[in-house]
Design a protein around this ligand. Structure first.
Ligand SMILES: NC(=O)c1ccc[n+]([C@@H]2O[C@H](COP(=O)([O-])OP(=O)(O)OC[C@H]3O[C@@H](n4cnc5c(N)ncnc54)[C@H](OP(=O)(O)O)[C@@H]3O)[C@@H](O)[C@H]2O)c1
Length: 343
């Protein structure tokens, strides 16, 4: 292993030891820094890490977690040590990556994995912030609108949580880039105004309309036909609504559980309209290196050419993650939430 950096033994992390609400989250400055680097591992000193709703599912037990559990799915930072067989990274390189356990100062990452970008030695703190803010949600939206359902010009597309992190990116990509009609659902008028600024055309307030009323409005907008595709991150509460408003031969992409997991259902429910149903996850679209390179290039081309804006709601300090997630789970946020990692 080579390193010119003096790596401490202890680090600051967010972790938990049992499932539960935000109250199980702990902040410690006494957690061991990973020291068992293999020949292909690198050690990354994180600078920013993105907050994603998926952390809630692991914490509350919808998805299984091993304890003690350090959350985190994406981050940016600097390589501070490299294993003996690492050829593609040097100490001092700045990186952005999809990987685990990065609500922490240091993360061990196997450099042979596909989901990491080498940003070179000179990437700025501002760039590190942007990469941590855009990688997971940006790639999710971009891969889904190309692969889960290839959105076409003039399609009618339903987007739930349309002012959320993924939602605002979907609005822009579907409405502005693909020139389709976004029907946005969100729970407040402020959120809907934000969705509109980002490319949504039709705005439906889920606090004011029941699911039956939402269905009626969506069918009205689409002349009774329903929508070509639905990007639904709400799960349980909206699944039956989705089946009502999907058009014949439409594609229903159920990609999140913000209201709870969709319960088991009878598959014949799909046959009256020949509905295609997907439950995709991002990693399934970027598992191979050429896929990750293709979509990250497209994502940052869109961002750099100002066709896609990444709306950062707020940057919280690592220790304040419990506050951040309470706001996210309490539906008080729009766009992306980030954590800044202490030096
Ligand atoms: N499959 C994948 O690979 C993948 C990848 C990324 C994200 N996701 C999923 O996409 C969704 C969005 O993620 P995000 O990180 O961008 O979060 P987000 O959309 O910024 O936040 C969640 C939003 O969900 C809505 N919501 C509806 N019912 C809710 C409830 N009962 N409790 C809390 N929120 C509720 C709220 O918007 P309103 O108040 O406007 O309803 C809330 O703001 C999540 O479900 C996430 O798991 C999936």
């Amino acid at each position: 292993m080579s390193s010119t950096f003096s790596i401490p033994d202890k680090q600051a992390v967010i972790y938990y030891e049992r499932n539960g609400g935000p109250e199980v989250l702990k902040y410690s400055t006494e957690f061991a820094v990973p020291s068992d680097l293999s020949a292909t591992d690198i050690l990354i000193k994180n600078k920013y890490t993105g907050i994603n709703f998926i952390e809630v599912y692991f914490r509350n037990g919808i998805y299984p977690a091993d304890f003690p559990y350090i959350p985190g799915r994406e981050a940016s930072g600097e390589v501070v040590a490299v294993g003996d067989k690492v050829t593609n990274f040097k100490v001092g390189d700045k990186v952005a990556y999809l990987g685990h356990k990065n609500f922490a100062q240091f993360t061990k990452f196997d450099s042979t994995q596909s989901t990491i970008l080498n940003l070179g030695q000179n990437a700025t703190s501002k760039q590190l912030k942007l990469y941590a803010a855009s990688l997971l949600q940006g790639l999710t939206a971009l891969t889904f609108i190309n692969e889960a359902y290839a959105v076409k010009e003039n399609d009618y597309i339903l987007v739930t949580a349309a002012a959320g992190g993924v939602g605002l990116i979907l609005d822009q990509l579907i409405g502005n880039v693909k020139k389709a009609h976004v029907i946005a659902v969100a729970s407040t008028d402020e959120k809907l105004a934000k969705a509109k600024q980002n490319g949504a055309e039709f705005l439906l307030n889920s606090s004011e309309l029941s699911n039956d009323q939402l269905a009626e409005k969506i069918l009205e907008i689409t002349n009774g036909k329903g929508v070509e595709a639905i990007f639904d991150s709400i799960g349980k509460d909206t699944f039956d609504l989705d089946l009502k408003v999907i058009r014949r031969k439409g594609t229903l992409i159920s990609y999140g559980n913000s209201s709870g997991a969709v319960p088991p259902f009878i598959i014949n429910k799909l046959s009256s309209k020949n509905v295609k149903l997907l439950r995709p996850q991002l990693y399934g679209y970027v598992a191979e290196r050429p896929e990750f390179e293709h979509y990250t290039k497209e994502l940052f081309d869109l961002i750099n050419s100002k066709k896609l804006n990444i709306d950062i709601h707020k940057v919280y300090q690592l220790k304040d993650y419990p506050t951040a997630t309470k706001e996210l789970e309490g539906r008080k946020t729009t766009g992306k939430l980030l954590l800044e990692i202490p030096n």
